[in-house]
Design a protein. Structure first.
Length: 243
């Protein structure tokens, strides 16, 4: 099957918003892994006074991870799905979060401007038609020295890890999602991971977008070799990346 893109994908996420949190809650380590990736940004003092952008916030799980680890940060959360964003905005927040409905490719038109001290993108890049453009936008929105964390299903390249992913999706996730009427979305999610970058290729893609200090760090549990954090920084001066 082909993966869903743009408006079709946003519509599928709109429909799945009502049950999305239930399915993610059944994923062992899902929320803990997001918090771990936020910590890997390496931001000081609980993010006090820093501006942090959550790209592709969905129902707010990634935003909640940012709020938990960086309670002093000013958070802006963006998503292309109005249904997912509505669920995110309905969560209880200990301090105001700015939620913006917009595709990542149209941030400027939605009034999102930098500089941000950090950009967090969870489960986003493989769901975009042009991940390189998304990374370029993130780079442009970051202050010099700003940090990027990409938390993504990006397989290691080993056949065993791909087999685990397919077994979990085919044997557990897809049957439940199909019963809920969201089979098309979760078939997309399964296929999007298999056809997306390996973790190493994703790291190279981030470096090619102009970031430096690029590192790939695995996540533990059953998602070892399946989910990774790619952390990087915008250079302090133009032309520094890759030196």
């Amino acid at each position: 099957m082909s993966v869903l893109r743009d408006a079709d994908l946003a519509t599928a996420f709109d429909h799945a918003a009502r049950s999305y949190d239930t399915l993610t809650a059944a994923n062992p380590g899902y929320h803990a892994h997001l918090r771990r990736s936020v910590r890997r940004l390496g931001l000081p003092d609980g993010g006090a006074g820093l501006r942090v952008l959550d790209l592709g916030c969905g129902t707010g799980a990634s935003t909640a991870a940012l709020a938990a680890v960086l309670p002093g940060a000013h958070l802006t959360a963006v998503d292309a799905s109005s249904g997912m964003l509505r669920r995110a905005a309905q969560r209880p927040w200990h301090r105001p979060v700015r939620f913006v409905h917009a595709p990542v490719e149209e941030l400027a038109e939605a009034g999102i401007d930098g500089p941000f001290d950090a950009v967090f993108a969870a489960y986003l890049l493989r769901n975009t038609a042009d991940p390189d453009t998304v990374l370029a936008r993130a780079h442009a929105l970051l202050a010099p020295g700003g940090r990027l964390a990409v938390h993504e299903y990006a397989l290691s390249g080993h056949r065993a890890h791909r087999a685990v992913w397919n077994a979990v999706c085919g044997g557990l996730v897809l049957p439940v999602a199909t019963l809920l009427g969201d089979g098309a979305l979760y078939r997309h999610l399964r296929h999007s991971v298999v056809t997306f970058d390996t973790a190493g290729r994703l790291a190279r893609r981030v470096g090619e977008a102009g970031f430096e200090q690029v590192r790939v760090v695995p996540l533990p549990g059953w998602q070892t070799g399946i989910t990774h954090t790619v952390v990087a920084a915008r250079p302090h001066r133009t032309g520094e990346a890759g030196r």
